[in-house]
Design a protein around this ligand. Structure first.
Ligand code: ZN
Length: 198
């Protein structure tokens, strides 16, 4: 795993240099965040879903904003359990972009820590678990990355991701939050009640 990360620093798949493929990769990336976020009870908010045409390969899917506290600071054990569930869903949502992108582009590699999504998941684990980088990295690799891959392989989730990515490309790279949420509602992806958000 560690060696793989070293290699990834110079890793650059050919689709990064082909504009049409890069567009497709970005659409699947953002769709991955949107559908997995939806699965965890979140809706697309504010700025909707957008592919950034000025900076190729970048995009934005606005569902974020949840705030997590260190487990020690969270009251009783039920609340702590809820916090762990939230940590799980936040991390998986964050990693879902690359999981969807790589599946769409038939890439078997995993991401590097230079990627902000992976970095964000790692920082969340560190702050909620109050652990160091290495422990967080193990948890990320052995718990959250496999869980994200499993989720993206789920048939309904993958079909949902394909639908959102297709609609995003059809709409020239922008779906408003209303439009995105109505597409999500029709995908057949079951939304899990977000009661543990609070
Ligand atoms: Zn992302």
């Amino acid at each position: 795993m560690v060696d793989e990360n070293k290699q990834e620093k110079t890793w650059s798949p050919s689709y990064l240099r082909e504009p049409q493929l890069l567009l497709r990769a970005t659409a699947f990336h953002e769709a991955g965040h949107a559908v997995v976020g939806y699965r965890y009870g979140k809706f697309v908010r504010d700025n909707g879903i957008r592919i950034d045409f000025i900076r190729p390969g970048l995009g934005n899917c606005h569902t974020r904003g949840e705030y997590l506290f260190p487990l020690q600071q969270v009251g009783d054990s039920m609340m702590r359990g809820a916090q762990v569930k939230r940590l799980r869903s936040e991390c998986i949502e964050s990693l879902a972009g690359h999981a969807a992108e790589f599946r769409a582009m038939a890439i078997r590699k995993w991401v590097t820590l230079e990627c902000p999504d992976t970095r964000r998941a790692l920082e969340l684990i560190k702050s909620v678990r109050e652990c160091g980088e290495q422990t967080a990295m193990l948890e990320l690799e052995w718990t959250y990355v496999p869980a994200t891959r499993r989720m993206v392989r789920d048939q309904a989730i993958w079909q949902g991701i394909e639908t959102v990515a297709k609609e995003l490309l059809k709409a020239d790279g922008f779906l408003s939050s209303d439009k995105a949420n109505s597409i999500l509602e029709n995908t057949g992806v079951i939304q899990v009640s977000p009661t543990y958000w609070r």
